[in-house]
Write a protein that binds this ligand. Structure first.
Ligand code: SAH
Length: 270
């Protein structure tokens, strides 16, 4: 006999980063932070859990909603309690799925992210920056700060540069631990990323990622030292820009530097 009652709550699992939001006012604010266009909008919610955000998304105008949830118990809960989600629930791992399996075209992402994999989610967003036009999410405030940080600040890092290359990023508001069950140990933050006008970078995008990652790998060193593994041509090594540390460079600086490296390599080969 099935003892599953309609109201049975999901027991939070630490391994899946489950902290369920129980403040409906905050849930609505997060959903309201998602900007809409004039036409139908594909929206993917990552990790709906027991549907605290989902309930507002279901009734949102011009929204073609799908949700992806890895936890079987949460999926069972959603199926029992949200009949309107029929056919819209993907039981699976966002990190393992191809976006084309979810939507044909461009889509927006929303979610109270599992904090343990939020960086990986953003790397996946980056891989799909041509398809993901907006992200509204709650995550550990420290990570939110880092992503939104401007050049020169201590928290500016790899994800800040890579994401800011393709997205305009706004920190929206803080959320205290007490509004979750169980409360996380950290303060949370809600941010919005909106795809900027840059169709593609002026430089080789793979090399750009390599330069940024390598540059921040040893963030206290000058770029001249940090980028040693890239076997830079003498003319690049001599650039005054390489006296700086990675955290001092804007996205545009990284882009220009990558372009110069690319050109110097092209010259060697020709
Ligand atoms: N949105 C809910 C739950 C947030 S907790 C709320 O605000 O209350 C994070 C959710 O992400 C959990 O439901 C967890 O099961 C789910 N999750 C964790 N890893 C995931 C993954 N790789 N893919 C999809 N969902 C995942």
């Amino acid at each position: 006999m099935c003892a599953f009652r309609k109201t049975n709550k999901v027991r939070p699992k630490k391994s899946l980063g489950q902290h369920f939001l129980h403040d409906l006012g905050i849930a609505k604010r997060i959903v309201d932070a998602l900007k809409s266009g004039s036409s139908q909008q594909n929206v993917l919610e990552i990790g709906p859990g027991m549907g605290v955000l989902t309930q507002f998304l279901i009734n949102r105008n011009h929204t073609n909603l799908k949700v992806i949830e890895i936890d079987r118990d949460s999926v069972a809960y959603l199926k029992t309690n949200f009949s309107m989600l029929h056919g819209k629930i993907i039981e699976g791992d966002f990190l393992a799925i191809q976006p084309a399996e979810i939507f044909d075209g461009i889509f927006s992402i929303i979610g109270n992210f599992p904090y343990n994999i939020s960086s990986q989610i953003f790397f996946k967003v980056l891989e799909n920056h041509d398809r993901v036009d907006q992200v509204v999410c709650m995550l550990q405030k420290e990570v939110a700060d880092r992503i939104a940080a401007p050049p020169g600040s201590k928290t500016y890092g790899i994800l800040s540069v890579l994401l800011q290359a393709y997205y305009d990023i706004h920190f929206l508001f803080k959320v205290p631990p007490g509004v979750f069950t169980p409360p996380p140990k950290v303060i949370s933050g809600v941010i919005r990323l909106e795809r900027n006008q840059v169709a593609s970078l002026a430089c080789d995008e793979k090399l750009f990622v390599q330069v940024v990652k390598q540059g921040f790998n040893t963030r206290r060193k000058t770029l001249r030292n940090a980028l040693k593994n890239l076997n830079l041509a003498a003319e690049i090594v001599a650039l005054p820009l390489l006296d700086k540390r990675a955290e001092q460079l804007s996205v545009k600086d990284f882009e220009n530097l990558t372009l110069l490296i690319e050109k110097s390599r092209g010259a060697v080969g020709s």
